[in-house]
Write a protein that binds this ligand. Structure first.
Ligand code: OAD
Length: 229
């Protein structure tokens, strides 16, 4: 029998218990770094060195971090559901936990791409995490973080919308729902489809959403209990 389709949309709160800072919580990344300096197209044009350095620091944090019980719990659900993760996170903790289908909306920290030929994307290795304005690819072209900066289009939003509109169960985890178009995915879920939102400090959501007001690790444990056949 065909498995029902479970689509899970995750944000920074998913990785908080792995020790990776969220953005908008107090003490979050955007308190420490002006977002438009380090994560916008204008900021990158103004001061690319600063942007490279910001993402170098994020990479060093990421390789020290481990997937948490929440990431692992979502993999457990693959036994019973055709499961797709759509993530705003640029970390690779879903992949490292073993999730089979992960769609990154805002890019991937462990990748860089050619400035001249954006289709040339390169995976960085753990021993080679730092890039600068002088880093060149094998063709001699400068590279940039493979991150969707503010003011740039979100190339994966179309497949993400398609997944959301096909979901039989939809789950949102650890996002302030402040950034579009990612936040709009909820609106593409068909009427009557069960929707869960795990977040200790959830954003306002419509009444039909079941809110699990708890951290991702505990919330996913509860979700597995609710969704297992
Ligand atoms: P935010 O920092 O805006 O929101 C983090 C959410 O995680 C909040 O709703 C918190 O309540 C929740 N949270 C905190 N700890 C949690 C935990 N242990 N378990 C579950 N939830 C927890 O992060 P995002 O919504 O992911 O984009 O931000 C979206 C985008 O804004 C990011 O992808 C990034 C940022 O600017 C780019 O850099 C392009």
């Amino acid at each position: 029998m065909k498995k029902p389709k479970l689509v899970i949309s995750t944000g920074a709160g998913m990785s908080a218990e792995s020790g990776i800072s969220t953005f908008r919580d107090s003490g979050g990344l955007w308190d420490k770094y002006p977002v438009m300096d380090v994560a916008s197209a204008d900021g990158f044009a103004r001061n690319p060195e600063l942007v490279h350095s910001f993402y170098n620091t994020r990479r060093h944090e990421l390789v020290k971090a481990q997937p948490n019980a929440g990431h692992r719990g979502l993999v457990e659900l693959e036994q019973w559901y055709d499961t797709y993760v759509i993530t705003q996170n640029v970390d690779n903790l879903h992949e490292r936990a073993g999730s089979e289908h992960v769609l990154h909306l805002h890019g991937e920290l462990m990748k860089v791409r050619s400035m001249k030929h954006p289709e040339r994307v390169y995976e960085l290795s753990e021993g080679n995490l730092d890039t600068t304005v002088d880093t060149r690819d094998e063709y001699g072209d400068a590279v940039r973080p493979h991150i969707v900066f503010f003011q740039e289009a979100v190339p994966n939003i179309e497949p993400a919308i398609e997944l959301a509109s096909e979901a039989d169960v939809f789950v949102v985890i650890g996002t302030s729902l402040a950034v579009y178009p990612a936040a709009s995915l909820l609106h593409y879920v068909r009427r009557g489809v069960p929707v869960y939102y795990i977040d200790p400090n959830p954003a306002p959501v419509p009444d039909y959403v079941t809110v699990l007001r708890m951290p991702a690790t505990k919330g996913v444990e509860e979700l597995v209990r609710l969704l297992r056949p």
